[in-house]
Design a protein around this ligand. Structure first.
Ligand code: 4AD
Ligand code: MG
Length: 473
């Protein structure tokens, strides 16, 4: 039986077998056993006199064991039932001289170095059970709302975001590159006969499907070779990208807000035990901080976001707010906002969300210059129908837009952005044949998990983080 079922059904009197990893073994009598099915440990009681001493010596933290015995009501505090062991078998030893995890508090930095073992800790067990539930909630949300999932390619020839932050995919020998007559690398000889890279977004291909299936979403790995060593950036992350025919920017905002609230509520409902544990972790972590530096308690924060309407604020309004803000006037921001057109840094985003509005904020109608080529130009000729959703503690969690559906305008934009038009023929075709208003957004899955679990560093919510100079495991 797995431990989750035992805790749920409390099968007192039954004979069962469990397998799992030893968390602690105290007083030569009580083993706290965990098998990952739940954050809860099963208390296994061994009778020292009945068991082989050499065998019990091998019951150390991290060892994998199988125990059979009968379930009994527990007299001790902390658990309703326990397992009285008749038979204990060591499946795999964990030499305490070498095993790096001990029943004490380890720093998250240390655990990142042993990311192959951290799934065995209470915190990471909770994080990754929540992550699983959240991805299920995303699929449930879109499926229940009539969306179709599309598997967009991971290897592509395009740069969807036009930011040039791509990982090249090539089978050419770097020491012996084939050259053209004028000395350039001859990509025609590469595997795909052209330059290819790992995708930075499935959006462009997603749009093609929205123009046939109506409502689609993608949920896949995404790669960005940006040299950002922050707590919110990964070089490999997972993104959810819905795309909807006939939706305008405001429908898009409504969809994104509804989707976020649904998935957060799903976690509150289905991951209560793990979230409580993570909430307690956050409390412990912040205990030493002064009151004004502490974040809202985790569960309160999640309920707050799930139950309050997000603020909608145009970029132009936001610039006014920021210009007149205290940190701007007192030159406390690293980037002082001087005029309309400035790109917003995370310090500005966080000011708006955490200080000014105190709620998630949807910023929209950004200057065309600081956004991607595919966003629909407004009638003012200088802003585009873009929207970013900003969350407390996270900053940007969603980026989306209404797409430029007018052939001529899009073609001109492609020229202005210096994008190779020939490589975009298929994208432009959708505007030539049966074009329509449509919108979509990208939700960064790890940023969502970071928010829901209260784990401040994005490296702690993906199994094996890829960041600059780091691709271990
Ligand atoms: O704002 P971004 O770059 O938008 C797009 O890629 C669009 N194609 C989406 C669309 O309209 N279909 O990225 C979307 C989201 C961000 O808001 C952020 O949550 C996440 O993806 N994100 C990252 N997460 C982790 N590490 C990174 N390096 C990220 N870059 C973006
Ligand atoms: Mg963005």
């Amino acid at each position: 039986m797995d431990i989750k079922s035992i805790v749920l059904s409390e099968p007192v009197g039954e004979k069962i077998e469990v397998k799992g990893w030893v968390r602690t073994f105290r007083s030569n009598r009580f083993i706290a056993l965990n098998d990952g099915s739940t954050s809860k440990n099963l208390q296994v009681v061994v009778d020292f006199d009945q068991m082989d001493e050499a065998l019990l010596k091998r019951v150390t933290t991290g060892a994998c064991i199988a125990v059979s015995g009968s379930v009994a009501e527990s007299l001790g505090a902390g658990q309703k039932v326990e397992l009285i062991a008749d038979k204990l078998e060591i499946l795999g030893d964990a030499n305490p001289e070498e095993y790096p995890l001990q029943p004490k508090k380890h720093s998250l930095e240390f655990l990142r170095e042993i990311a192959h073992l951290r799934p065995r800790t209470q915190t990471f067990g909770a994080v990754f059970r929540v992550r699983h539930a959240m991805q299920f909630a995303i699929h449930k949300y879109f499926n229940d709302n009539g969306f179709f999932q599309v598997h967009t390619p991971i290897v592509t020839g395009s740069d969807a975001e036009g930011a040039g932050e791509m990982f090249r995919v090539s089978t050419l020998d770097p020491i012996n590159l084939p050259k053209t007559d004028d000395g350039e690398v001859n990509w025609k000889e590469d595997f795909f006969g052209k330059e290819t890279n790992l995708t930075v977004s499935g959006q462009l291909e997603g749009e093609l499907f929205a123009m046939g299936l109506g409502k689609i979403y993608t949920f896949g790995p995404t790669f960005r070779a940006e040299n950002s060593n922050t707590t919110r950036h990964l070089a490999e992350f997972w993104m959810i990208e819905p795309e909807v025919a006939f939706n305008d920017l405001f429908d898009n905002m409504t969809l994104a807000e509804d989707c976020l609230k649904f998935t957060i509520n799903y976690a509150l409902e289905h991951c209560a035990e793990d979230l409580e544990l993570l909430a307690k972790r956050q409390d412990d972590e912040e205990k030493s901080l002064p009151q004004d530096k502490r974040t809202m308690p985790l569960l309160e924060k999640l309920q707050f976001v799930a139950n309050n309407e997000f603020v909608r604020c145009s970029y132009t309004e936001a610039i006014e707010i920021l210009k007149n803000s205290k940190p701007n006037k007192k030159k406390k921001f690293n980037y002082i906002i001087e005029e309309w057109g400035a790109d917003l840094q995370s310090e500005h985003e966080r000011y708006l969300v955490e200080k000014h509005f105190g709620k998630p904020v949807i910023l929209y109608d950004y200057p065309a210059k600081i956004k991607a080529f595919y966003m629909r130009l407004n009638d003012d000729g200088k802003t585009v129908r873009a929207m970013d959703i900003l969350f407390p503690g996270i900053g940007e969690i969603v980026g989306g837009s209404q797409r430029e559906e007018r052939y001529d305008v899009l073609k001109k934009k492609i020229e202005e952005f210096d994008i190779e038009e020939e490589s975009m023929w298929w994208y432009l075709d959708t505007r030539k044949f049966g074009t329509c208003v449509h919108s979509g957004f990208g939700l960064g899955f790890e940023r969502l998990i970071s928010f829901v679990t209260g784990m401040n560093n994005i490296r702690d919510v993906i199994p094996f983080p890829r960041t600059p100079k780091n691709a271990e495991f």
